[in-house]
Ligand binder design. Structure first.
Ligand SMILES: C[S@@+](CC[C@H](N)C(=O)[O-])C[C@H]1O[C@@H](n2cnc3c(N)ncnc32)[C@H](O)[C@@H]1O
Length: 337
């Protein structure tokens, strides 16, 4: 859930304003961080339009609600404390809950479904997730409860995203990252997004900024869903999105350069030289890097900049945990000349 970061002295008046606008999330507790306070707000596009920094933070539920709202505390009724240690983080994508169930909890699958339905009464499907596979990065899922489908419409950052988890990659945890990029973009920019999937980045950016986006995706199913998503959101988009189906390594060399390139690179693919060659001012390049190799990764980018005759400044941000000591990172590469 989002939270607004505000200097302490402004917290009380802003809290009153948020309550008036019905945007304050009273089920959660605010949190103090140095000279700032994080105020819990509901997931509504209006919170992003108040001129304050909005962060994706899971602020704790107030104790009286926690009993009903937190999967771990619900399952404490049925699972032992030893079993609870194996409980993994789960995602709710539209009306589908997806959870990884480790072998130690396989025998508790029914209880986990019961707990998820208690915490999220609106869900219609519970799916067990496996790993991402192949170039299209599609996860292997098995439905363990509910309707036999893996299609749904997910709401995020003020857009609706139709997904089919059996056919195309989608990661709801990148919501904050998509919002971060949308904030960096300026009206009027021309943006290139290879590896575009069902278009989550393109939709969120075009929702908030008057830009022209060219997106490229190889997977035909993701491409088809991407086109549906442009239609689904047509009325709320300020920007325009053109979607090309094809292999980024063949399509990009035929395209002009763009002010900004965003590369949600599939794991194991090296598209650094290709995407940098298409960027005039900014490249946001995602990759998976061991924490001890982050410096090396930055050096590799600077070396590629030198090769291409570009003077660059690189800032690397950890975006999420991938596995122990390995992070999904985003290199924000600014091309100075
Ligand atoms: C990590 S996913 C990111 C998808 C999307 N940007 C998102 O965040 O949901 C990488 C995407 O690149 C696509 N892909 C893989 N190889 C490709 C290629 N050579 N050209 C274009 N797209 C490709 C996959 O089908 C997949 O949708």
């Amino acid at each position: 859930m989002p939270a607004i970061k505000v200097p302490k002295r402004e917290a009380e008046p802003l809290k009153r304003k948020l309550k008036k606008l019905n945007l304050y999330d009273g089920k959660r507790r605010p949190r103090s961080e140095g000279d700032f306070v994080l105020l819990p707000v509901i997931d509504d596009p209006r919170v992003y339009e108040l001129g304050h920094e909005v962060l994706p933070v899971e602020l704790p539920l107030r104790p009286e609600r926690q009993i009903y709202k937190n999967l771990e505390s619900v399952l404490a009724e049925r699972l032992t404390s030893e079993e609870l240690k194996y409980l993994r983080r789960y995602d709710v994508i539209g009306d589908i809950a997806v959870i990884q169930i480790p072998p130690e909890l396989e025998h508790r699958a029914e209880d986990i479904v019961w707990g998820l339905r208690k915490v999220h009464p609106f869900i219609k499907v519970v799916a067990k997730k496996g790993f991402h596979e192949g170039a299209f990065r599609i996860r292997d899922y098995s439905i363990i409860w509910g309707e036999k489908r893996l299609t749904t419409v997910h709401k995020e950052n003020g857009v609706e995203i139709k997904v089919d988890l059996s056919k195309a990659f989608f990661n709801p945890r990148m919501k904050g990252e998509r919002y971060r990029l949308a904030q960096l973009v300026k009206d009027g920019e021309r943006i290139l997004i290879p590896f575009a999937g069902v278009l989550p980045y393109a939709l969120v950016i075009a929702r908030y900024k008057k830009v022209k986006i060219t997106a490229v995706e190889l997977n035909e199913d993701a491409y088809r869903l991407g086109l549906e998503n442009i239609e689904l959101n047509r009325k709320r988009l300020k920007g325009e999105i053109e979607l090309i189906q094809g292999d980024a390594f063949k399509v990009l060399p035929e395209l002009p350069t763009f002010e900004r390139v965003i590369s949600p690179t599939p794991r194991g693919v090296d598209a650094l030289a290709l995407t940098l060659s298409k960027a005039q001012k900014w490249l946001h390049y995602y990759d998976f890097v061991h924490e001890e190799k982050i410096g090396e990764f930055g050096e590799r980018i600077l070396e590629e900049c030198r090769k291409q005759g570009k003077d660059c400044r690189v800032r690397i941000k950890k975006v999420s945990d991938f596995k122990p000591h390995v992070f999904k990172v985003c290199a924000d590469v600014e091309i100075l000349g």
